[in-house]
Write a new protein. Sequence first.
Length: 133
Amino acid sequence: MLKIDEKIKEFDPGHISAKLDKFNVPSLIVLIASENGIDIGYSISYDEFHDGSIHACYGGVLHEYRGKGVYSKLAEKRAQIAKEKGYTSIKLYTRNKRREILTYLITRGWNIMGFIPKKDLEDNRILFEKQLV
Ligand SMILES: CC(C)(COP(=O)(O)OP(=O)(O)OC[C@H]1O[C@@H](n2cnc3c(N)ncnc32)[C@H](O)[C@@H]1OP(=O)(O)O)[C@@H](O)C(=O)NCCC(=O)NCCS
């Protein structure tokens, strides 16, 4: 997972490894997508807010494998597992500058439920939520 993350140019180097202690929790859900033995995408979620939601805190797909439904499949699996574990919704923070995931969220029926302004407009955080039905 860390190796995939290092190759995703949108992310700062080490942005996940700096937070590994946060992930030492029983609720952690880590999904890795592979193709022909190569790890090409990942999703990390855990129970951060203790309100019935699971927080999809990190995820990404290697550039050369994008636009082929890899993230959609990871997200489907994530929703299925979260539902089986009894969560009622998924929450996800993203930024103005992450246009691909914004498109994904808007077109897949996620709702905006929060906003955190940042110094740089492109870094403004937007909180999305989707109910698990
Ligand atoms: C966002 C990301 C995970 C999408 O991965 P992917 O495997 O290419 O996504 P999919 O092929 O499953 O596409 C799903 C949907 O995302 C949106 N999307 C994906 N790439 C897009 C693009 N280049 N432009 C616009 N929308 C895009 C579309 O809504 C697409 O659905 P459609 O194919 O029906 O139009 C990938 O672009 C990525 O890793 N981005 C950088 C990291 C990031 O933003 N992570 C998100 C967590 S904050």
